[in-house]
Design a protein around this ligand. Structure first.
Ligand SMILES: *Cc1c(COP(=O)(O)O)cnc(C)c1O
Length: 404
């Protein structure tokens, strides 16, 4: 990029000059987007194969979501939960129905939904299960990603995410992911919840062995422990079903939702559970100034309506098979392994060939944006509005990158 007419190099420099370096973004500077396509400040177009880590499941600026946001901006944007607004009930009812649960508690970011789940599980443990005060524990998995708060990083097994952020919050037991015997052995009389991603996204779209999630469900039921499914990245159509748990016919006690719930417009997260669980919260015990605000509710209600048609789940399942076929064709040709569930794929590149970062840089130069998760692993998560031809285009570009 020596062409001094390009705006990108200066824009990259400026962005790095004025921010903490808690991210290492690809050197592209996006200025507009529509559907599955991004355009940078120099007019170059890129196919989006990250979709905001699944926050953009419906693509950029989905017309129905943008219309809902515009209409709401012109009427009412914020009341706080001190007053009720006219978008609140529909959102909560429709999301609760989508989840098959009695109640919804809206928050903003995914991490807040996780924190809410932890707080509710602990209170449920003391008030309903009868755990002695201060003794509650929650079983979590190695390789987890649940967000960035001090409590959540306390039980991360990623040293980058955790190191030097202590003292850590106690009350969590970490077990290997996908190992039902280890999880069962870790549950004791003070265990209030098992908190898992049904598929580990940040870890590289790691799918647990078949039967694991039903096994977790069963042991939770038997031992009077809440099963909390963090579907913040896996949920809302990404895997070819409304929830990743659906693939194994599993219904958790609590769904944690975020990312795509905000339609790629505003941060919206939520916890959905039945009244015997969420009912433990009384006024003053938990809250959020922005949680469930009118703009968030207006957009998220349209997200729920898009999902209620089943169209996006179907697209994800069908197009996911095309993505799978394309990627499996590259195993042995630069890829060591691929894991695909719907339009969600984890690729392990032969580490002798190049790092995930290098592959993503080369893909970007060819007009496809994706992001490495760690080492030589890349996650692909295109918007669910992507077409067959666009999937083929991305697979072709990946093949050429891997061929050197
Ligand atoms: C992204 C993510 C979170 C955290 O969401 P934020 O909105 O970034 O706080 C939590 N859990 C999972 C599984 C995620 O993918």
């Amino acid at each position: 990029m020596v062409d001094d007419k390009l705006r990108t190099p200066g824009a990259v420099r400026d962005a790095e000059r004025w921010t903490a370096h808690n991210y290492h973004p690809l050197p592209v500077v996006i200025s507009s987007a529509e559907g599955a396509w991004l355009t940078d400040v120099d007019g170059r177009r890129y196919l989006d194969f990250l979709a905001g880590y699944s926050a953009l499941n419906f693509g950029h600026r989905h017309p129905q979501l943008i219309a809902a946001a515009h209409a709401q901006l012109d009427r009412l944007t914020l009341t706080s939960r001190a007053f009720i607004h006219d978008q609140f009930a529909d959102f909560c009812r429709e999301l609760a129905e989508l989840c098959g649960k009695d109640l919804v508690l809206p928050m903003n970011t995914g991490a807040e939904a996780v924190e809410t789940g932890i707080k509710v599980a602990r209170k449920w443990g003391y008030q309903v299960k009868g755990v002695p005060a201060g003794q509650a524990n929650i079983v979590v998995a190695e390789g987890n990603f649940h967000g960035r708060t001090t409590t959540i990083v306390s039980f991360s097994t990623d040293e980058d995410a955790r190191a030097d952020f202590g003292p850590y919050t106690p009350g969590f037991t970490v077990v290997p992911y996908g190992d039902l015997a280890a999880l069962t052995a870790a549950i004791d009389e003070n265990t209030v919840a098992v908190l898992l991603e049904p598929i580990q996204g940040e870890q590289g779209v790691v799918v647990p062995p078949e039967g694991y999630l039903p096994g977790v469900r069963q042991v939770c039921t038997e031992r009077d422990v809440l099963f909390i499914a963090d579907e913040i990245q896996s949920g809302l159509g990404r895997t070819g079903a409304t929830f990743a748990c659906d693939h194994e016919g599993v219904v958790p006690d609590m769904y944690l939702l975020g990312k795509a719930l905000g339609g790629g417009i505003v941060p919206v997260s939520a916890v959905a559970a039945n009244a015997d669980v969420l009912g433990v919260l009384k006024p003053g015990q938990h809250g959020s100034t922005f949680g469930g605000n009118p703009l968030a509710c207006a957009v998220a209600t349209e997200v729920v309506r898009l999902l209620a048609t089943g169209e996006f789940q179907r697209r994800s399942a069908e197009l996911g098979e095309r993505l799978r076929a394309g990627l499996e064709g590259l195993v042995g040709k630069g890829l060591v392994e691929v894991r695909v569930r719907g339009l969600w794929a984890g690729l392990d590149i032969d580490p002798a060939l190049m790092s995930g970062r290098e592959a993503c840089e080369r893909l970007a130069a060819r007009g496809v944006l994706a992001k490495d998760t760690h080492g030589s692993t890349i996650r692909l998560a295109p918007p669910l509005v992507i077409t067959e031809e666009e999937i083929d285009l991305a697979v072709t570009q990946l093949a050429e990158v891997l061929a050197g």
